[in-house]
Write a protein that binds this ligand. Structure first.
Ligand SMILES: C[S@@+](CC[C@H](N)C(=O)[O-])C[C@H]1O[C@@H](n2cnc3c(N)ncnc32)[C@H](O)[C@@H]1O
Length: 202
């Protein structure tokens, strides 16, 4: 699990060659969702979250748990069913609507006065709120602070040039006793061209 100190020291020394300049634009992500080219989505949920759930929850109940770059991660439903409040952010409206439909959850949508053209989708039960906007438009003033963060397919999907900005934003969203559970990958970027950026921490 990453501590806040680890987060602010994301080491990109292994991101050599093409990876360092990799930029995936919003439009490319939206096209992936439209074409159902979403190999990153795991219908079974992520085994590492199940395995390390205790580290995230640390015996606490009724937490506010954040899913950055959430896609339609089924783990959001798991945690909401356990009685936690789940907050996600994702710029594909299709992903968020698919999440509610596939999980058989009714929802409403509201605009967000602080962010032009953004929306928040809220489950009727009230414990899932998914912001449809760029993560860089969010702040603790808008979304509050979090007790737990499940970061899977988020830090690794952030363009390397934005990683420091991302890390600073995440630090600003963490409440005092926040647990940050990070699933990341480490590989030789010269041998693999994928959307997931290798991210190691020192
Ligand atoms: C690799 S996928 C991971 C999705 C999810 N975390 C999961 O585990 O299935 C990354 C997601 O982040 C979204 N995304 C990428 N950059 C974003 C940004 N700046 N703000 C909001 N969403 C973003 C993409 O549309 C995509 O759905």
């Amino acid at each position: 699990m990453a501590s806040s100190t680890d987060l602010s020291r994301i080491n990109e020394s292994s991101d050599t060659g093409k990876q360092q300049n990799r930029v995936v634009a919003e439009e490319e992500w939206l096209q992936k969702w439209e074409a159902n080219n979403i190999g990153f989505h795991n219908e079974q949920g992520h085994p590492l979250l199940k395995k390390h759930l205790d580290l995230l929850l640390n015996g606490r109940s009724g937490l506010r748990i954040f899913f950055p770059l959430c896609g339609k991660a089924v783990e959001m439903k798991w945690l909401a069913d356990m009685g936690h409040n789940v907050i996600g952010v994702e710029f594909s409206e299709q992903a968020l609507k698919d999440f509610f439909t596939e999980q058989n959850l009714s929802y409403s949508e509201e605009s967000i006065p602080e962010i032009s053209k953004a929306k928040v989708f809220k489950s009727t039960s009230g414990n899932i709120s998914l912001y449809c906007c760029s993560i860089y438009d969010l702040s603790s003033k808008i979304a509050g602070k979090f007790d737990g963060i499940w970061d899977r397919g988020a830090l690794v999907a952030v363009n390397p040039c934005d990683r420091e900005r991302y890390a600073n934003l995440m630090l600003s969203l963490m409440d005092k006793n926040c647990s940050y559970l990070l699933a990341t990958v480490s590989y030789d970027p010269n041998k693999y061209k994928g959307l997931k950026g290798s991210a190691t921490s020192s």
